[in-house]
Design a protein around this ligand. Sequence first.
Ligand SMILES: Nc1ncnc2c1ncn2[C@@H]1O[C@H](COP(=O)(O)OP(=O)(O)OP(=O)(O)O)[C@@H](O)[C@H]1O
Ligand SMILES: [Mg+2]
Length: 144
Amino acid sequence: MERTVVATGPEETQRVGEQLASRLVDGDVVALVGELGAGKTTFVQGLARGLFIKEEVLSPSFVLARTHEGRLTLHHMDAYRISDPEEFTEVGLTELLPPERGVTAVEWADRIPQLIPPGALWVTLTMPTFDRRRIEIRGGRTGR
Ligand SMILES: Nc1ncnc2c1ncn2[C@@H]1O[C@H](COP(=O)(O)OP(=O)(O)OP(=O)(O)O)[C@@H](O)[C@H]1O
Ligand SMILES: [Mg+2]
């Protein structure tokens, strides 16, 4: 998949995530990249909405991972506080990369590149202006 859109406002960022959610299947990994405040969590909130998750999706920075149930289970992880990928391995989080069941969204995926499986969807967010986000989606398993 290869798609680039410019989202004006958080609601649009969520809508792009929501659209991607409809195409996700068990075992998918969504690897999010973008500086502080780029909109990674906002995008995952859209994914959650698209997966019919009712629970509120918050930043998992302090807990490393949260799980939400919807059309598919969403594992939401954050590698921001990770200084060494070993930490992810030690707490068993590599089991979710990829997950056997459900999908995994990882914020700051570029901090643990060696743990992101081939076939992951890479979502890169940049801020061309304070009120806009450029969202580039690429990768995914072949044939989709
Ligand atoms: N398209 C957009 N235009 C303007 N603001 C946006 C857009 N998308 C998201 N935002 C806003 O950007 C701010 C940061 O969003 P968010 O918390 O999702 O970023 P993040 O990348 O997860 O940050 P962190 O690095 O701290 O985890 C929020 O106030 C959010 O509403
Ligand atoms: Mg975040």
